[in-house]
Design a protein around this ligand. Structure first.
Ligand SMILES: Nc1ncnc2c1ncn2[C@@H]1O[C@H](COP(=O)(O)OP(=O)(O)OP(=O)(O)O)[C@@H](O)[C@H]1O
Length: 474
């Protein structure tokens, strides 16, 4: 009989957990422990250790750099102060001119220039000499970039920046700014610097008449300031010059009077008469005598619109006369002219609106001239738009005598002619003009001036009758 080993039999009936074989024991260091896997991968790996070190340094440096940026920004805020000047502002040109002046003065006196600049721009100035000749001067101004200069013991940084991607829409000039930076404690020097720059610019214009013209919607000085013309050199009918001068002076003295009554502080003048009678010359001489500028407005200018006109009339530089010449050429009884080949796109009602402007306290003095009063619409010359209308006519006998005296008498006297002789000849001219006038013939003051420029006194008198012509409107 076959026998079954008792152990096998027992296993078959009672399952028993098998014991691990003695040979498969795992060393303790190879048994996975939580957290120890990372350290085993990274901790012992020299590449990872170096990477972590570098990363740590990078983070540290970034924090340090950020800290430095914050620190310097905070320091700048507390210790430095900046002033920005935009090229829309008048002080922009004044400041650049002032800077270039500092350099010129330093160079003339063989000193080291105050302004430390390596980027310069050139500005060409045509200077009129007393003998009538002219020369071109080159003015070096600080160009775009960073410059340093010293003002009253304080160092300042100037950054001139030019916007290359956009420009002023109307004038096509790129936007520019200069930023002045100084120590906080020197901030009080900014107003002093600007005042000095302004005074320098004003001194340059002393005794000169500045004429502005429209550049898009802005006024810009046109050419170099001109020498002022003495008011008495424009010879008008006795009493006419003083009438206008007195009126304008009274107006300028009554700013408060206007404000108290809520009346817009503006005055309009219309000078009318034949060509060459001295209308423009008189307005310019009057502006010069009152230290006013002239803003020359051309209504027929291509591209002029109602909006532009309104803006220009409302934003003329302070202390300036707005001069609109040949007003009849722009509007002929409410019909726009196209005599010169193109039409301005302003409308008559737009022009009247612009003349009336917004009822502000801003002073506004407008001078208009025309050769044809009869062509003007009554709406244009009603009081409030034109407060004083004055005819400036062809030469009267009195004007001719005075002009003759101005040319040949006084300080311009020609040798060999006594004062009495000049007076006698002037009186003779007076009588000739009277004669011709009563015969319906006239001569303009411009024609007389041209005649006197060409002839000596005796010749001028002898040939003056040739100048007279019969005028259709005489
Ligand atoms: N009354 C005057 N006294 C002195 N010079 C005069 C006078 N009138 C004209 N002139 C001279 O004639 C020239 C032309 O004068 P101006 O341009 O002022 O005349 P206007 O009346 O404005 O002419 P227009 O109507 O054609 O514009 C100037 O050189 C000016 O010196």
């Amino acid at each position: 009989m076959a026998s079954v080993p008792p152990a096998q039999d027992a296993a078959a009936t009672h399952p028993v957990t098998p014991a691990p074989p003695a040979s498969t024991t795992i060393p303790a260091e190879h048994v996975a422990q939580p957290g120890s896997f990372l350290s085993s991968v990274f901790g012992d790996n020299p590449y990872f250790q170096a990477g972590f070190g570098l990363m740590g340094m990078g983070v540290g440096l970034t924090v340090l750099r950020q800290g430095l940026v914050w620190g310097t920004t905070a320091l700048r805020r507390r210790m430095l102060v900046s002033l920005e000047i935009n090229n829309k502002d008048r002080s922009y040109e004044w400041f650049l001119a002032w800077m270039s002046r500092q350099n010129q003065v330093a160079q003339q006196s063989a000193r080291v220039p105050w302004v430390r600049s390596h980027q310069l721009s050139v500005e060409t100035i045509v200077e009129q000499r007393k003998n009538g000749s002219s020369s071109a001067l080159f003015n070096l101004v600080a160009g775009p970039g960073t410059h340093y200069f010293n003002f009253r013991g304080a160092w300042m940084q100037v950054k001139r920046e030019r916007e290359t991607r956009s420009m002023q829409l109307m004038s096509g000039v790129p936007w520019e700014t200069v930023t002045l930076t100084a120590l906080s404690r020197d901030r009080f020097l900014f107003p002093q610097l600007l005042a000095e720059a302004r005074d320098l610019a004003m001194r340059g214009n002393e005794g000169k008449l500045v004429v502005h013209t429209a550049w898009g919607i802005e006024w810009k000085p046109f050419g170099q300031p001109r020498r002022k013309r003495p008011l008495q050199s424009v010879v008008l009918e006795p009493g006419v010059s003083s009438r206008i001068e007195t009126d304008i002076k009274a107006f300028l003295d009554r700013r408060k009077w206007y404000a108290d009554r809520g009346i817009p502080y503006r005055r309009g003048y219309l000078l009318y008469g034949p060509p060459g009678s001295g209308k423009t010359s008189f307005i310019q001489a009057l502006a010069g005598s009152l230290s006013y500028d002239i803003c020359l407005l051309n209504l027929s200018e291509r591209g002029m619109t109602d909006d532009k006109l309104f803006h220009l009339l409302s934003n003329a530089p302070e202390r300036s006369f707005i001069l609109i010449e040949d007003i009849d050429a722009a509007f002929n009884k409410r019909v726009q002219t196209s005599e010169d080949g193109y039409q301005s796109s302003i409308t008559f009602s737009g022009f009247l609106n612009a003349l009336d402007g917004v009822a502000s306290g801003e002073e506004r003095i407008i001078f208009m001239t025309t050769n044809h009063l009869e062509k003007l619409d009554p709406a244009l010359i009603r009081p409030g738009r034109v407060d004083l209308a004055q005819v400036i006519d062809d030469a009267s006998p009195a004007q001719a005598r005075l002009l003759f005296n101005q040319f040949y008498g006084g300080s311009f006297k020609v040798t060999g002619l006594s004062d009495d002789a000049v007076q006698a000849m002037a009186s003779e001219l007076h009588d000739i003009v009277s004669d011709e006038l009563s015969a319906g013939k006239r001569v303009s003051m411009a024609a007389l001036q041209g005649h006197f420029i060409l002839h000596e006194a005796k010749d001028a008198l002898a040939s003056c009758r040739d100048l007279f012509a019969r005028r259709l409107n005489s």
